[in-house]
Structures are given as C-alpha cells and as structure tokens.
Design a protein around this ligand. Structure first.
Ligand SMILES: CC(C)(COP(=O)(O)OP(=O)(O)OC[C@H]1O[C@@H](n2cnc3c(N)ncnc32)[C@H](O)[C@@H]1OP(=O)(O)O)[C@@H](O)C(=O)NCCC(=O)NCCS
Length: 157
C-alpha cells in the first residue's frame, strides 16, 4: 500500500461510468448500513438532480467520493454521502471533496448545503464543523440500524 504523500494535490472531478467498481467497493468498506447500491450509483451518474464527485491525486485515480442531491425548486443542496479510501484518511481528501461540493452547489445557485450524519461519527462531525457546518437538528432512529442523525447546514451566502 502506498500512502498518499502529504504534498499530493487532490483534484475533484465528476464521476464516470468507469468509476462504478471503485464507488461500490468504497461504499462497502465505508458504510455498514444505508448503502447506495451499484444500480443507484449508475442512476445518479446520469441524473440531473444528482452529482457524484470523485477525488484523485497524482497517479492514484480514485481516493474518495461525494454524492450530492439537488431538488427542483429548492436552493438547498443535500450532501448525501462522503467517503475517502481508508488508507488515505486524514490527508485532506474529505476536505477537498467538501470544497468541491460547495462549489458545485454555488454553481447551481444554492444558498446552503445540508447533510445528515450519524451522531456517533465523530470524525465526520469534526470535518463538517471545521468547515463551517452548523448543527441544526436531531433525528432519532434515522438510520436503518436505529442510529440517530444530526442534521448540519452551511450557508453559502
Ligand atoms: C469522514 C471522512 C469522509 C473524512 O475524510 P478524510 O479524507 O479523512 O478527511 P480530511 O483528511 O480532510 O479530514 C479528516 C480529519 O480527521 C483527522 N484524521 C487524522 N487521521 C485520521 C484518520 N486515520 N482517519 C480519519 N481522520 C483522520 C484529520 O487530521 C482531519 O482533522 P484535522 O484537519 O482537524 O486534522 C472519512 O473519514 C470517511 O470516509 N469515513 C467513512 C465514511 C463516513 O463516515 N462518511 C461520513 C458520513 S456520510
């Protein structure tokens, strides 16, 4: 395994069909419940109301992903999922993905990004809070396994 060098600059691009295997593998290694299936990823790649982003750096083509949903008539983007490959965590991939999510939301004239996170996911909560997301709600038993969710929002204005 080759850890991501600290100097590697992370790029974020739109996911393509050829990313499907990596997306599904990362989904399975990152989430125990509420996973997106291959068919769901496949649909989201072609959808106007979804954006699947992929982070890459240097020669390593797939380091992580974020999935964002947009709704017609709504100016709030929903960050549905974000994950980086286990061996690259803590190296800024999550931060680069979040920046790209916010840029994409701004481009679609959204004024906020909203997300739900498991209330026991300290790593993700730290990432969101450091990036200016504010806790705006608590949803008991939100996930398939009964875990509670916190809702966070960042204003883009
Ligand atoms: C949450 C997640 C996306 C963060 O991605 P990341 O690539 O580690 O993000 P970053 O490197 O930008 O920031 C992670 C923070 O944790 C710290 N960290 C250090 N080592 C770490 C490690 N081994 N794992 C995770 N975070 C680590 C980082 O230093 C950073 O904090 P800091 O900037 O205050 O130092 C990633 O941990 C992940 O994929 N988790 C599993 C899926 C998940 O829970 N997703 C969120 C819910 S949808």
């Amino acid at each position: 395994m080759h850890p991501l060098p600290a100097s590697a600059s992370v790029r974020v691009r739109r996911a393509e069909l050829s990313d499907l295997d990596d997306l599904v593998t990362l989904e399975e290694s990152s989430f125990d419940t509420d996973r997106l299936s291959r068919a769901q990823y496949r649909r989201h790649l072609d959808s106007d109301s979804a954006l699947v982003l992929v982070a890459s750096a240097n020669h390593r083509n797939f380091l992580g992903t974020a999935v964002v949903f947009f709704r017609k008539g709504s100016r709030v983007a929903r960050l549905y999922s974000i994950a980086s490959k286990p061996e690259t965590r803590g190296k800024g991939v999550g931060a680069a993905l979040l920046d790209a999510v916010e840029a994409a939301a701004r481009q679609r004239r959204c004024h906020a990004v909203r997300l739900e996170v498991r209330d026991d996911n300290a790593g993700a909560v730290r990432l969101y809070e450091r990036h200016g997301y504010r806790h705006i709600g608590h949803y008991p038993h939100y996930y398939q396994d009964g875990t509670h969710a916190w809702r966070y929002e960042k204003s883009l204005d």
